[in-house]
Design a protein around this ligand. Structure first.
Ligand SMILES: NC(=O)c1ccc[n+]([C@@H]2O[C@H](COP(=O)([O-])OP(=O)(O)OC[C@H]3O[C@@H](n4cnc5c(N)ncnc54)[C@H](O)[C@@H]3O)[C@@H](O)[C@H]2O)c1
Length: 339
């Protein structure tokens, strides 16, 4: 196992790239661990979870709510979990968000680690210490920032991930390339979804490269005062669209990145918007879309990143270089209507 330790403000995370789920026992003893996973992941990988104590949840965002936390807490009490117990979230972002949260509040905090099993989980959701749940329509309304003790990466589990979920993961990978890594952008242009799915070595290095991009951004700005905001590229409009239309997160972010690239061309003279649009569609994601701009703008105005009359919008200066820009809402609306 390739091991790297990353220090954050209050804790360090041991990251194991190129590892196998079967090596989990090297990081935490079977007696001491309780695994939290969901039905899909459990069914697909049951043989590798034999002998471990497991709490298996129903899959999906709809279960990332307080009622699930309550039921996990009841099970932890029954299983006599105490402060020596380590909770291990094995699943996509829903599972890791829930596990980190419950581990932070049960008995005022247990150690926890993650084995992300979705592509989005590997390159994004399991990293950075944000854990929490949704409240009604408000996503991630309640939570805590606390870093996992370890992250274990086994890209072979992605074999059972549905294609639509692969595409969701690629939306975040394209985001990383746009804001931080021009060479990664070229790599994405040269390959395609099937190419990465077929080549385990290429996939493992793609995952490691993207996970490292996020880890480094979070290390430099754990509490989102500046650089971490770049990770919201495509997300401001994306969240507003997700709120109004039946879109997956990846699809919404892809449309958001498209419009942010076009806006960057208008406001910053960004010259490579067409390349961004092309790579997004190369990975089976939507680009320009027809939507009710007025309605969506009304939601966007309520975004957390708004400060009085301005909004922090993430734009591109060039491929590989995102910038946080304060844009007056009025100007945004005008440009937005024209796109
Ligand atoms: N904490 C953060 O910083 C952060 C960042 C981004 C996203 N998130 C959160 O992550 C969540 C989205 O994550 P996600 O896209 O992984 O969703 P998810 O956890 O719902 O997983 C997507 C689907 O894939 C299935 N799945 C996962 N791994 C599988 C595998 N190996 N084989 C077969 N099926 C598998 C799941 O059961 C689920 O049905 C959202 O709740 C979002 O808010 C958190």
């Amino acid at each position: 196992m390739k091991h790297k330790r990353y220090q954050f403000s209050t804790a360090a995370t041991d990251v194991y790239f190129d590892a196998s789920l079967l090596q989990l026992g090297k990081l935490v003893g079977k007696q001491q661990a309780i695994i939290i996973t969901d039905d899909h992941v459990y069914k697909a990988h049951a043989s590798r979870l034999k002998g471990w104590n497991c709490i298996v949840l129903k899959p999906g965002e709809a279960y990332k709510v307080q009622a699930t936390i309550d039921s996990i807490i009841e099970q932890l009490i029954t299983m006599e979990a105490d402060r020596k117990t380590t909770l291990v979230g094995i699943g996509g972002g829903v599972i890791t968000d829930i596990t980190g949260y419950v581990a932070s509040v049960y008995m005022r905090g247990l150690p926890f680690g993650f084995v992300p099993t979705s592509l989005l989980g590997m390159v994004d959701a399991s990293i950075g210490g944000k854990n929490g749940i949704d409240v009604g329509v408000y996503k991630n309304m309640v939570g805590i920032i606390r870093q996992p003790q370890f992250l274990l990466y086994d890209v072979s589990v992605l074999k059972t991930l549905p294609d639509a979920e692969w595409r969701n993961g690629f939306a975040e990978i394209i985001k990383h390339a746009c804001i931080k890594d021009a060479a990664l952008f070229s790599l994405l242009e040269k390959n395609g979804l099937a190419g990465f799915q077929k080549n385990k070595k290429l996939l493992a290095s793609l995952v490691e490269r993207n996970a490292t991009i996020k880890i480094k951004v979070v290390q430099r700005d754990e509490f989102e005062k500046g650089e971490r905001r770049l990770l919201n590229y495509g997300h401001t409009l994306g969240h507003a669209l997700e709120n109004q239309y039946e879109l997956s997160h990846g699809q919404a972010v892809a449309i958001g990145m498209t419009y942010a690239a076009a806006l960057s061309a208008k406001l910053n003279g960004f010259k490579q918007a067409e390349r961004v649009v092309k790579v997004i569609s190369q990975y089976g994601l939507p680009t320009y879309a027809s939507f009710d701009k007025q309605k969506v703008f009304a939601v966007l105005k309520m975004d957390k990143k708004r400060e009085r009359k301005d909004i922090h919008y993430i734009l591109l200066e060039k491929i590989g270089k995102g910038v946080v820009q304060s844009v007056p809402l009025q100007q945004l609306e005008k440009n937005f209507q024209a796109l």
